[in-house]
Design a protein around this ligand. Structure first.
Ligand code: C2E
Ligand code: CA
Ligand code: CA
Length: 576
């Protein structure tokens, strides 16, 4: 049996074994690296194995043919292009030996006379194979080297994009990504919001280098606090950490108190002792919030309370912070709604009291889409926009949207102006620019103000109103009769028109006194040569009455409800 296998079989088996060892090494290397590479390596191993076993099968069956040589030589070379250069280099001598042996076996099958000179051909094949593998190894080295450089550059770019350059902490984006990962892993964690106290005065007194040093030192300490899973600088002097929260409330309080005391130690800088404080607020994902943005807002709200009450740190409590969180959420939501264009202009018609012909429109803002539980009404979001200093942005947006639609000109347009808006020194100039951009004559514009413009900064407000009048606009006193000193306003403010508040027209008819007050108010406006408009006209009867009392204009649901600009064409046609 053994004899019939002869020398060829033993050598072939040894070679196969040697090759298998090399292939095993390749597989091992592949499995240790990236998954994709492992798959690739495994595929190559299978191909090599099939190829070599087929070749040695041919030897065993003595079916070796000279046409197999190019295959023997080239296929492994091409396949090895995808391998690690060290493996290709290791394969080079193995492949040369195998090629030499293969040629030898081939010559043995040819018989003595035909195999003459085949010795030298075997050597040439073996050397050629060695050279080719070496070249491939060099190529693989070059490719791998460039790949490594590229990967290093990409990693560095990724690191820079996710790191705050001053402190080396994560930036906001990377922090949010980590929190999302914790959420995906369903782990319980707490987010603590940190804000440095007295940071601005410190910067002003010692300069920005001192401020930077403090931020760096606090960040270093932050990373060393036990239980911190991720730490980030969110911007300015705002930092945040994610803490392990598999603790009882009392233990968590203790951990945050510890974090606070670690951070509030003085910082030595340039021979000086800098004293900084930190306010910390925290909330946990399991107890306080369902979503990440709400969790962060909850921690932020608790931090604000800690800062206001100077308690150093505070944990979020729905009972104490719930209302503040709602306001805070609405403010954040309002900002993004404004930039998304979800605040839109609605217009309500104003009609001539005699002919009922539409003479103008009042622009009223509407919040159309909102992620909050309830979409806020103008009476809720207008004061918010005022607090945030965004009323003018809202005005330019709604005004431009109205002018762009083109449906409302050549009618008069009334806009509501809060006292705070008149405080911007360039208010009238900006207004004129918006009108100019749409080629609209300022004579079409009425500014509706309330008597609140006289409560504070009356001189500058009156000056601004007079400037608007000089530019061609008209001024109306809105909600007449609801304030404390409506009558004196008629004298103190530069006015062209009075809008009698809807409460008067709605009370009218309930008693003779109410009718008398409404009648007297209209007469007073007329005597002062002011145009008189009555608001809140909901019925034909109310319209007839104020017409008899001498009103010039009427406004209310009976004439038309406020409509988003897109809905107006159909609705107002029906009304008129
Ligand atoms: P306003 O200037 O007195 O506007 C009239 C309000 O009365 C509007 O409420 C309007 O929808 C409502 N209304 C109109 N006709 C009738 C009626 O026949 N019956 C009744 N019951 N109500 C009627 P809205 O739109 O909720 O606005 C409330 C207030 O918010 C406005 O009072 C105005 O002071 C302020 N506002 C609205 N949009 C803006 C804005 O873009 N900027 C500023 N600064 N204030 C705005
Ligand atoms: Ca108004
Ligand atoms: Ca009004």
């Amino acid at each position: 049996m053994m004899a019939s296998f002869g020398q060829i079989t033993w050598i072939a088996m040894l070679e196969s074994a040697a090759y298998c060892v090399v292939l095993g090494a390749i597989l091992f290397a592949g499995l240790r690296s990236h998954q994709v590479r492992a798959v690739l390596y495994s595929g190559l191993v299978v191909l090599f194995s099939i190829f070599w076993f087929a070749s040695f099968g041919q030897l065993y069956l003595k079916q070796v043919h000279v046409t197999s040589f190019p295959l023997t030589l080239f296929i492994p070379v091409f396949l090895s292009l995808a391998l690690d250069y060290r493996l290709v280099a290791a394969l080079a001598p193995v492949q040369s030996v195998l090629i030499f042996n293969y040629a030898q076996q081939y010559s043995a099958t040819l018989g003595a006379e035909s195999s003459t000179g085949f010795e030298s051909v075997s050597i040439v094949y073996a050397v050629l194979s060695g050279i080719m593998f070496t070249l491939v190894a060099i190529l693989a080295w070059v490719r791998q080297h460039t790949d490594d450089e590229l990967i290093r550059a990409l990693n560095e770019k990724e690191r820079l994009a996710s790191t705050d350059s001053l402190t080396g902490l994560m930036n906001r984006r990377a922090f949010m990504d980590s929190l999302s990962t914790f959420c995906a892993a369903k782990s319980t964690f707490a987010v603590a919001f940190l804000d440095l106290d007295r940071f601005k005065p410190l910067n002003d007194q010692f300069g920005h280098a001192a401020g930077d040093a403090v931020l760096r030192e606090i960040s270093n300490r932050l990373q060393q606090v036990p239980g911190v899973r991720a730490a980030a600088r969110l911007g300015g002097d705002e930092l945040a950490v994610a803490l392990d929260a598999n603790l009882s409330s009392a233990e968590l309080d203790k951990a945050v108190a510890n974090l606070h005391s670690c951070l509030t130690r003085d910082v030595e800088w340039d021979g000086k002792t800098l004293s900084v404080g930190v306010s910390v607020g925290y909330a946990t994902n399991a107890r306080d919030a369902q979503s990440l943005p709400t969790l962060l807002k909850a921690a932020d709200t608790a931090m604000r309370r800690a800062k206001a009450q100077q308690t150093g740190w505070a944990s979020f409590s729905v009972d104490v912070d719930g209302a503040a969180l709602d306001t805070h959420s609405s403010e954040i939501e309002f900002r993004s709604a404004l930039s998304r264009g979800d605040l839109r202009a609605a217009i309500q018609p104003i009609a001539n009291a005699e002919t009922l012909e539409i003479v103008g429109y009042e622009i009223l803002s509407r919040w159309t889409q909102c992620g909050l539980r309830q979409t806020p009404e103008p009476n809720e979001f207008i004061p918010m926009a005022e607090r945030l200093g965004l009323l003018n942005d809202l005005l330019w947006m709604t005004l431009d949207e109205t002018l762009r639609s083109g449906d409302v000109i050549p009618h008069r347009l009334a806009v509501n102006i809060s006292p705070a808006q008149l405080q911007a020194p360039d208010f009238v100039d900006c207004f004129m620019n918006v009108l100019k951009a749409r080629a609209v004559d300022p004579a079409f514009i009425t500014l509706e103000i309330t008597e609140q413009v006289a409560y504070r900064n009356i001189e500058s407000n009156v000056e601004m109103l007079e400037k608007a009048r000089r530019a061609g606009m008209t001024i109306a006193l809105d909600d007449f009769g609801t304030g404390y000193s409506s009558l004196s306003m008629l004298d103190r403010l530069p006015l062209d028109k009075v809008k009698i508040d809807k409460s008067f027209s709605q009370r009218s008819g309930s008693s003779d006194r109410s009718d008398s007050i409404l009648h007297a108010s209209i007469r007073l406006a007329k005597q002062l040569h002011l145009t008189c408009c009555v608001e809140g006209i909901e019925t034909e009867e109310a319209a007839r009455k104020v017409q008899l009392f001498g009103a010039d204009e009427i406004q209310g649901y009976w004439i038309g409800r406020p409509m988003l600009l897109t809905d107006t064409r159909v609705a107002f046609k029906r009304a008129s």
